[in-house]
Structures are given as C-alpha cells and as structure tokens.
Design a protein around this ligand. Structure first.
Ligand code: UDX
Length: 436
C-alpha cells in the first residue's frame, strides 16, 4: 500500500515516518521547498526524540521519500492531510491550508481515500467531501484525528490509546484498517464513527485535558491560601481511577500549538451550532489569566523590585522535551520581567532556535549552572528532566541570592530549603532556606 502525507510539520512528519516504519511506502509532500530540501538531506526540522533515527532508516531502505510535487500522490491508496489549522483572531480555526491542499490534490486522488488528520471543526470533513465532488473528484473522504503529544509523538503514534476513524464507506474502512494493521498485535481499540463524531472526539479530548490542567492550577491557587500542598492533593485525587493521575501537574498554565487553539476553536464552532460551553470558556479565561498571576508571584518573591536584578530563567519552551515555543507561558512571563527592568539570562536544554529568535535581545547560556551565575533570582519555567537532576548545592554556590522560584514544582520542598534556597513554588507553602 502507498501512503501520502500532505504537510511535514509536527503531525505530518511523525505520521509519515511512522507509517513508513509500519512497512508502507510513504511520500511526504510539502509546498515549503526549503523544508523538503532539508528533509531530503536527512535534516529533521523538529525536536522529536527518536524521529531522526526512524526517518533515516526508512529513507535508507527506500520506503520514505519527500516531495514538493503534489502529483507524487497519484498512485497513493491513502492521502493524509496534516496541514496547520491555526487560530484566527476570533478563535475560529483557519481552514485555508486544508482547502488549498485539497484543491491541489483533487485531480490526482479519484481512487484514493483522502483522510483529514489535521484538527478541524465538526462538519469540515463533510464540507471537504462536497468541495471535492464539486471539482469532479470522487475520492472517499475520512477523518482520523491524531493524539500526539510533542516530545512523545513517536511513542504516541506507535502505541496510541485508541485509533478513531470517521468513515462513510466500506472502502475507507478497509483501507484505513489496513494502514493501522501493524498495531493489531497490541490490541489497540479502533473506533469506527461518523465523520462528525470523529471530529468532535478530538476537540472534546483536548479541551477536557486542558480543563483538567486548569482545574489543578485553580486548586493550586486555593492551596496557597489554605496551606494545602497541591502535589499531595493531586496525588490523592489521581489515585481515584475515575480521575486518573495524569494532567494534574500544577504549573504556569498550558501552552503549545494545540490546547490554546483547540479550546478556542471548540468554543467558536459550538457557538456557531447555537450551543454555549461555559466550562470551555472558563478554562480559556482561567488559563489566559494564569501568566499574569505567575508574574505577580515572581515579583512578590523578589520583594516587588526587579529593576536591574539578574534573573536566571531555566526552560522557556511550552513544555519539556520539545523546542516548540508556540504560546509558551514564557512569552508573557519573560516579557513582563524585561519590561519590569530585570536583566534575564536563559538556559533551555532544547537550544531552541525559535527561542533564540524570539528572545534575541536576551543572553542565552549553554549550561544551567552558568545561567545562574550571579543570579538575584532563579526561575524554573519548564519541567525538563535535567532540571530534576540539578545539584542544588552547586547552584547555591553559583547564585548571588538564594531565591528559587519553581513554577513546575520540580523539587521536594525540603530539598530546596536544605540546599540553602528560599524556595517558592506553585500551590505549595514557601520554604525558608535552612541556615548553612
Ligand atoms: C496535546 C495533547 O496531549 C495531544 O493529545 C494532542 O494531540 C496535541 O495537544 P501537546 O500540546 O504536545 O499535546 O502537550 P501536552 O503534553 O498535552 O501539554 C499541553 C500543555 O499542558 C503544556 O503546556 C503542558 O506544560 C501543560 N500541562 C500538561 C500541565 O501544565 N500540566 C500537566 O499535568 C500536563
């Protein structure tokens, strides 16, 4: 079977490489000439653990190719659409890239199954089918959402919790079943649903996860006032199988290219269907307000005076194990600190080019310890594994003032204080430095 994937971003490239790893012949198509040229040279444009090795292997055995020519989909059995559906200013999803791709593909996919993998509002897949029929294209159309977490996308593709296939024909059902057959050995549930059910399942899943994170962040606010420990509350909640222990880590609020976009799009299109989703609206509002709340916490910890202060910032990507800065909490938090007159130094383990471009006026260190040299305050914004392994006593020796503000609750309270830090975190009591 031959598979084509349109779009070589976080979803398209991972999907293309993994389908090739399943043993299929795959062509990844993108209209970005430079990106395709780099891919053909073996350069992976995204930070995704394990992707480079898999990509090189499948290119080497001839199962995976890259092209800018949309005609390269001609003999494909399945054509996946994995282009961006970014938020527009009113929160709605921008579908122009989806329709542009489908318009270009129409003349070549009559005998294929066109599968939308991009996250699209309910009704889009059916509208795309209509759009193709109006162009005399008889391709079957289906929807297959992705549930790939950045930084774990290869694993999430290879071992998904479920596969959702919105299909309307036996051909689409059998063809897509063949595409995911390599997963049968792992008894992964495959759900066949209507197009609309598949589309909404994606938004509902992401919005629920965003709401769960926002819930624990609000509980963290309460913990700070009533003296409870949010990590312990989260643990106590998560032991209830009906709640589950994931996505209960309090922090600076969610970011990335999905939760913010998908919650806003869900709010938008549900209202267009005449239905309000107050929980989703409140989730968006609560999360949007959290960054300012984090800035206030930092300022308070710094005695409400950061002018001229040296502030070390550990981690600026929206979460660990990615180089992605899209809608990262650091964008607002670092911006506020600079505006307040602080002198920031950043260390990020991904060495993200996006970060260096965005914070081009800020010094970047190559090592966490160097970043903290002479710091009046040290802030942890992202929960990179390497930060959990930092030698806090060494860090104490490097800073000028032993003030550690950990927005990811990486350390046990006692550990930071024992290392000599005045330790602030999220939803947990302040810990005064133990005297040396
Ligand atoms: C998410 C969904 O998990 C994935 O299924 C979907 O396909 C794409 O969107 P992603 O955005 O890559 O994946 O990251 P995720 O790991 O879900 O985290 C999203 C945000 O929530 C990040 O900002 C993260 O820092 C935050 N988060 C997550 C928390 O603050 N606490 C948590 O416990 C979990």
């Amino acid at each position: 079977m031959k598979i084509a994937v349109i779009g070589t971003g976080y979803v398209g490239l991972v999907s293309g490489v993994c389908f090739a790893e399943f043993g299929f012949n795959v062509v990844c198509v993108d209209n970005n000439v430079a990106k395709i040229a780099n891919l053909q040279k073996g350069l992976v444009p995204i930070y995704e653990p394990g992707l480079d090795v898999l990509m090189a292997k499948n290119v080497q055995v001839g199962r995976l190719t890259f092209s800018t020519d949309v005609k390269s989909v001609k003999d494909a059995d399945i054509v996946f659409i994995a282009v961006g559906t970014p938020s527009q200013s009113d929160g709605s999803a921008d579908l122009s890239y989806v329709y542009q791709a489908c318009g270009e593909l129409a003349p070549y996919i009559d005998d294929a199954v066109l599968v939308i993998k991009s996250t699209v509002p309910v009704g889009t897949t059916r509208a795309v089918k209509e759009f193709l029929r109006n162009k005399s294209c008889r391709a079957d159309v289906a929807f297959n959402p992705e549930f790939l977490k950045e930084g774990a996308a290869v694993d999430d593709f290879m071992r998904p919790d479920r596969i959702i296939l919105g299909v309307e024909s036996e051909k689409a059902k059998t063809t897509l079943s063949r595409a995911y057959r390599p997963l049968y050995a792992f008894n992964i549930p495959i759900l066949f649903t209507s197009l609309e059910t598949a589309e909404l399942s994606k938004y509902a899943s992401n919005a629920f996860l965003a709401m769960k994170v926002t819930f624990i962040n609000e509980i963290a606010n309460l913990c700070e006032s009533c003296g409870a420990d949010v990590n312990e509350v989260a643990n106590a909640m998560g032991l209830d199988k009906r709640i589950g222990d994931q996505f209960l880590q309090a922090g600076p609020g969610y970011g990335g290219s999905c939760f913010p976009k998908d919650t806003r799009a869900l709010k938008d299109f549900s209202e267009k269907f005449g239905v309000c989703l107050p929980l989703v609206s409140e989730t968006i509002k609560s999360n949007d307000g959290r960054r300012a709340k984090m800035v206030k916490k930092i300022l308070a910890a710094c005695g409400d005076n950061i002018k001229g202060k040296n502030i070390a910032i550990l981690g600026v990507t929206f979460k660990a194990n990615t180089d992605d800065m899209r809608d990262s909490p650091s964008l607002d938090i670092v911006d506020a600190l600079i505006k307040g007159g602080a002198c920031a130094t950043i260390y990020d383990p991904s060495f993200s080019d996006q970060a260096k471009q965005i914070f081009r006026d800020i010094k970047f260190s190559e090592k966490a310890y160097d970043c903290c040299d002479g710091a009046d305050a040290t802030i942890i914004l992202t929960d990179w594994p390497e930060f959990k392994a930092l030698n806090l006593r060494e860090l104490r020796r490097r800073v000028k003032n032993p003030l550690l503000i950990d927005l990811r609750n990486i350390y046990p309270l006692s550990e930071a204080a024992a290392a000599g830090f005045n330790y602030y975190s999220v939803g947990r009591p302040f810990q005064k430095a133990e005297s040396a």
